[in-house]
Design a binder for this molecule. Structure first.
Ligand SMILES: [Zn+2]
Length: 333
C-alpha cells in the first residue's frame, strides 16, 4: 500500500528511538540487579549506551562502514544495528537469509488453497509480493455452508507488514468460525487489531460472505473497489467504512448484492491498478474493466493469472513497487 500511511520506509523520529532505548535500558538495569552474573545483560547495556551515544552525536542510523542510512525497517526492528544490508558480516548475512526464508515459509502456510469450490462458488487468487514477503492478506474461510472471502492490504512493506498480515490471519481465523453477523465480525476484528498494533498501522479490507443462494453480504473498509462483472454490465463496490486499525469504535456497514450464475467478483490490491509503465502512467481501473470484459468466458480459476499477466505486459520495463494480490469469485452455473 502506498497512500494515506505514514511511510514505514522513512526514518522514524529519533526521539522515539531514544525513548525506546531508555525504556530498554531501565528494564535491563532491573534485570541486572536480579541476575548480576549474566554477561549478556551487561553486553546489551553497553550496546544500548553506544546507541544512545550515536543518537547524541548524530551518527545513529548510519552504517559504520559506508556511512549511508541503514534501512529504516531494519533499524526499527533492531535499533542496536550498526551496519547496512550491504555491509553485514558473512555470519550476519547468513542469519538474515535464514530469517527471511523462514518468514516466506510462514507466510506461505498462511495462504488458503489456490482454488476453492464451495457452496455454489468457485474462487481463486494469485499473490505476488513485491519483495520477499507481502503485506497483503488473502483468505477463504468456510462457515455454515457459506464462503467468507477476505482481501486486505496492510500499511507499510516488507517483514513488518507481513507480521501484520499474519496478525489479521490469526484474528479472522479466530472470529469467522464464531458465525457472527458480518458487521459484528468486522467491529471485533477492528478492535483487536487496534489494540494490538501501533496507531500508524492499519489495513484496508474487502470482506464478504457468499451464500449458496447467490446473495453476497459485503463490506468495503477503505479498500480499492472490487468489480462486479455481469453479462451486460460491470459495477464496483464502493468503500462504506474506514480501514481496520484507525479507530477502535468504528462501525462497519454492509450491503447485500445478488449474483446470478456466471457472475464474477474481482478483488485486488492497489499494487494492481497503481502499477506503472516505463513512462509513469498507471494501469488504472478503466483498463482493468476492459480486460475483465474480455475474460467473460474464461474459467474463473484462470482470471487472477490472466489479469496479472496483462498488468505485467503493461508494466513492461517499469519497476515493481508494491505487493499485488488478485482474487476472483464466481457463482457456479
Ligand atoms: Zn554500509
Amino acid at each position: 500500500m502506498s497512500d494515506l500511511a505514514p511511510s514505514s520506509s522513512s526514518m522514524p523520529d529519533p526521539a522515539l528511538f531514544r525513548a525506546e532505548l531508555l525504556d530498554r535500558k531501565a528494564h535491563l538495569r532491573a534485570a541486572q540487579a536480579r541476575m548480576p552474573q549474566v554477561a549478556e545483560v551487561s553486553r546489551l547495556l553497553r550496546e544500548i549506551d553506544a546507541a544512545l551515544g550515536r543518537l547524541n552525536d548524530g551518527s545513529f542510523g548510519l552504517c559504520a562502514v559506508c556511512h549511508d542510512a541503514i534501512e529504516a525497517d531494519r533499524l526499527r526492528a533492531d535499533p542496536l544495528t550498526t551496519l547496512c544490508l550491504d555491509h553485514l558480516t558473512p555470519a550476519q548475512a547468513r542469519a538474515l537469509e535464514g530469517d527471511l526464508e523462514l518468514a516466506v515459509r510462514i507466510q506461505t502456510t498462511l495462504l488458503p488453497a489456490r482454488h476453492v469450490s464451495l457452496g455454489g462458488w468457485d474462487a481463486a487468487f494469485v499473490y505476488e509480493p513485491a519483495a520477499i514477503v507481502s503485506g497483503d492478506y488473502c483468505d477463504f474461510i468456510s462457515v455454515g455452508g457459506s464462503l467468507v472471502f477476505l482481501l486486505a492490504d496492510v500499511s507499510g512493506k516488507g517483514v513488518a507488514a507481513s507480521l501484520l498480515m499474519s496478525h489479521l490471519h490469526a484474528i479472522f481465523h479466530t472470529l469467522v468460525p464464531m458465525g457472527l453477523p458480518l458487521t459484528q465480525l468486522l467491529e471485533h476484528a477492528n478492535r483487536v487489531f487496534c489494540e494490538s498494533t501501533l496507531p500508524s498501522h492499519y489495513a484496508t479490507l474487502m470482506c464478504g460472505r457468499a451464500s449458496p443462494t447467490g446473495e453476497v453480504e459485503v463490506c468495503n473498509a477503505g479498500h480499492c473497489p472490487p468489480l462486479v462483472v455481469r453479462d451486460d454490465e460491470t459495477s464496483v463496490i464502493a468503500p462504506s467504512a474506514l480501514p481496520l486499525g484507525f479507530f477502535a469504535d468504528s462501525r462497519y456497514a454492509t450491503e447485500t448484492i445478488r449474483l446470478a450464475p456466471g457472475d464474477t467478483l474481482l478483488l485486488y490490491t492497489d499494487g494492481l491498478t497503481e502499477a506503472l509503465d516505463a513512462s509513469g502512467r498507471d494501469y488504472g481501473v478503466e483498463r482493468l474493466e476492459g480486460r475483465v470484459k474480455a475474460l467473460q468466458h474464461e474459467p474463473v480459476t484462470h482470471w487472477p493469472r490472466l489479469v496479472l499477466d496483462d498488468v505485467s505486459a503493461f508494466r513492461a520495463a517499469g519497476q515493481r513497487h508494491d505487493d499485488v494480490t488478485v482474487m476472483a469469485l464466481r457463482r457456479k452455473a
